[in-house]
Design a protein around this ligand. Structure first.
Ligand code: PMP
Length: 388
């Protein structure tokens, strides 16, 4: 029997073979011409994946939280008013981060599974005091997706710098950074970007770069300071060697490969595929009478799903049985709901066989847990969506 299990958590995800080959290749010098070419190319490809021809890309070794820190450290000065729209765990993290840099933070939180009412956001923005507004595109703790286009519109109308935490959305959910007027779109390598954990990725608009360049005080975080990283990004993009901190050579080689694969599929195709995979998973839950945290399909992410355990089913048993059937899923994360739900990631290179295997394993696990349902019902619903 194959011992390898399918990783269906909301990051890290399963990675393409070519990406893993780049990870395993002998490590080059960070100033070797071949690596300079890969890094420069990766930066150029990022603009295409982010749909941000005018953006300034940053690639720095670290996790998604460093990408958040790059935005927070560089774009806030003490006393700046920052509006955080929180749909769960990661919105709250961003609020905490901004406070560390001396910002006056106002958090508008939604109930779990919901989003903050647009009227409430507008009412706050009408005060005219905010320099920055930040939101989590897909909160990985709730699987709720915020309308990024609308947030970009609001940011433009009220002249704030808009920051999109796209750790669980970039390269999976539709984002048109320039067209939608979003100033910062940040992510990490290990999710829909399709590269093992270790890279913080960020794209800043000319407006964001201008705010940073007009700072009155230095950036308080030495490693995150764009003054250190901007010359490096510019040098590699113009195919010149540069050094501030040793770049994560293999991860950047892998990033270049993954971005090429993403663009070979095409952004439009990729958005459609993620939507299809997600609707198949949701159809299976509905048919199995399993409720989900997002209160409607419109608010549900395409990159992951967050179903509640059915009443009477012990969560740890369900996850264990799925694991025995070869599928690894994640437990809950939202502090208030943690024990009552689990999460299935379906982003990156995920395909319809992965979805069928996952729903098959879910049915086996439900059956072993004694849940009353007709075996095959969830699979049937998923298959219909996938065959559409
Ligand atoms: N934001 C969101 C939406 C996330 O899902 C995560 C990670 N799950 C982070 C930020 C933090 O990323 P990391 O764990 O790579 O630091």
């Amino acid at each position: 029997m194959k011992s390898r299990k399918l990783l269906m958590i909301p990051g890290p995800v399963e990675f393409e073979h070519e990406v893993m080959q780049a990870m395993g290749a002998p490590t080059n010098s960070h100033v070797a011409p071949a690596f300079i070419e890969s890094f420069g190319n990766a930066l150029e490809l990022m603009r295409k994946v982010w749909l941000s021809p005018s953006g300034q890309p940053f690639v720095v070794a670290g996790s998604g939280t460093l990408a958040m820190d790059l935005a927070g450290a560089n774009l806030t000065e003490p006393g700046d008013a920052v509006l955080v729209i929180s749909t769960g765990y990661f919105g709250d993290r961003f609020a905490e981060l901004f406070r560390r840099y001396g910002a006056e933070v106002k958090v508008l939180s939604s109930k779990p599974g919901e989003v903050v009412d647009t009227k409430i956001i507008e009412k706050e923005l009408e005060k005219g005091i905010y320099k920055l507004m930040c939101f989590t595109h897909v909160d990985t703790s709730t699987a709720v997706r915020v309308d990024a286009r609308l947030m970009g519109e609001l940011g433009t109308r009220y002249n704030v710098i808009t920051i999109l935490d796209g750790v669980c959305s970039v390269a999976g959910e539709e984002i048109r950074q320039d067209e939608w007027g979003i100033d910062v779109v940040l992510t990490a390598s290990q999710k829909a970007i399709g590269v093992p954990p270790g890279l913080a990725l960020l794209m800043a608009s000319p407006k964001a770069m201008l705010k940073w360049s007009k700072r009155k005080q230095p950036v308080f975080n030495y490693y995150a300071d764009w003054s250190n990283w901007l010359p490096i990004m510019k040098a590699y993009e113009s195919r010149k060697p540069a050094y501030f901190g040793t770049p994560a050579v293999n991860l950047i080689e892998a990033l270049q490969i993954s971005l090429q694969l993403i663009l070979a599929e095409g952004m439009e195709q990729r958005f459609v595929r993620h939507e299809k995979m997600a609707s198949a998973v949701r159809a299976a839950f509905n048919s199995l009478k399993m409720k989900q945290i997002p209160i409607s399909n419109e608010l549900a992410a395409n990159t992951l799903s967050a179903p509640y355990y059915p009443t009477g089913i012990k969560g740890s048993d369900l996850i264990r049985h799925m694991n025995e059937a070869g599928i690894i899923v994640a437990g809950g994360l939202h502090v208030d709901l943690k024990a009552g739900y689990f999460r299935i990631g379906h982003m990156g290179s995920v395909n319809s066989s992965d979805i069928v295997s996952t729903i098959g394993a879910l049915e086996q696990a439900l059956y072993k847990c004694g849940y009353e349902f007709t075996c095959g019902k969830g699979l049937e619903a998923a298959q219909i969506e996938l065959s559409d």
